[in-house]
Write a protein that binds this ligand. Structure first.
Ligand SMILES: NC(=O)c1ccc[n+]([C@@H]2O[C@H](COP(=O)([O-])OP(=O)(O)OC[C@H]3O[C@@H](n4cnc5c(N)ncnc54)[C@H](O)[C@@H]3O)[C@@H](O)[C@H]2O)c1
Length: 308
């Protein structure tokens, strides 16, 4: 039987995620949104591209959740995005209400699914979904690190004029100004970037990565990034559906790992058919550890505001 992925929120990130999933023939897709007609129209339009793309994938759109039953994975992108001048944290109250509504409905129809949370502020929304769904932590995972690392890798590849395929890089911590790019674990064809660039260049790239979301918001003015974010969520979907045991930076609920307990924060995770199968603990320098703890503190503050 074909796998089924439901995407809640048929906006920029959600509809583009549906596009990537269909184009890669990963699963049938159900697109759900509160806006009447939008998920139906986008789903039908995407379905009609399948003969051209030669992909046997079924795509449907709906306003209610009945079609989401038996989903293997549910990607939640419902919520408002930021506008210029806004931080991700400014979205907290509005998106918390939306997240609660969505999680209530989705857990009723797809109690065995794995949830991938995308809505911002990411770590607090993942925590809200985890608490409300009462799923175990293996089945509630947040997307941020794959995107932040992809931005970091893009800038390294552009700077050195090398293939993006040669660049591996890791960004840990919360999805916000306190994210922790790790130059020490970033390499090009196995060569540490510190051998290829001076410290000032690395610092500039790290700062551009931190500001990567805001840079796009500034250009778009009416919304935020969606091609790379949706591709990042779909890399997680693919790792789980294909049981790839792929190590990706994801927001996971920590239970003592990295000295943090009871919060979502970005760490290296192994993704496979059970969802989050392992958290990989790497040794951090005192400065990196301090930056990760600082990042966790800002997640903690947001969670306290919404009481999750
Ligand atoms: N984690 C990340 O790295 C990352 C990256 C990009 C965007 N985001 C976040 O993802 C979210 C979506 O961004 P977007 O650009 O797609 O926004 P968008 O406005 O294009 O789409 C959001 C959709 O959610 C729908 N929606 C609102 N309330 C709903 C509800 N109760 N039930 C179902 N659907 C509902 C809206 O109708 C809209 O179609 C934002 O919160 C944004 O900040 C996160």
């Amino acid at each position: 039987m074909r796998k089924k992925v439901t995407i809640v929120g048929a906006g920029n990130v959600g509809a583009t995620a549906a596009h990537w999933i269909a184009a890669k023939e990963l699963a049938d897709v159900v697109l759900i949104d509160v806006a009447e007609g939008i998920p139906q129209g986008k789903a039908l339009d995407l379905l009609e591209a399948m003969p051209i793309e030669k992909r046997d994938v079924h795509v449907i759109g709906a306003n209610d959740y009945a079609d989401a039953a038996h989903s293997d994975i549910v990607v939640i992108t419902a919520g408002i995005p930021r506008k210029p001048g806004m931080s991700r944290d400014d979205l907290l109250q509005t998106n918390y209400k939306i997240m609660s509504d969505v999680v209530n409905k989705i857990t009723a129809v797809a109690p065995n699914s794995i949830l991938i949370i995308v809505s911002n502020p990411l770590d607090a929304m993942a925590q809200a979904a985890f608490k409300q769904s009462k799923f175990n932590r293996e089945r509630v995972i947040g997307m941020a690190g794959v995107l932040d690392s992809a931005r970091y890798r893009t800038f390294i590849a552009e700077e050195l004029k090398v293939s993006v395929e040669n660049v591996t890089a890791f960004v840990l911590g919360g999805h916000g100004d306190t994210m922790v790019p790790l130059p020490r674990y970033s390499s090009v064809a196995g060569i540490p970037i510190s051998e290829l660039m001076d410290q000032a260049t690395i610092d500039r790239i790290v700062q551009r990565t931190r500001d990567g979301g805001a840079e796009i918001v500034k250009h778009l003015k009416t919304g935020s990034a969606f091609y790379a974010p949706s591709a990042a969520a779909v890399e997680m979907v693919e790792a789980i559906l294909k049981d790839k045991k792929k190590i990706l930076p994801c927001a996971a609920y920590l239970q003592g790992e990295y000295g943090i307990t009871g919060y979502y924060i970005g760490v290296p995770c192994k993704l496979g058919e059970r969802g989050l199968e392992q958290i990989i603990e790497i040794k951090l320098t005192p400065e990196e550890d301090k930056a990760l703890k600082k990042s966790a503190e800002s997640v903690k503050e947001l969670c306290a505001v919404i009481g999750v």
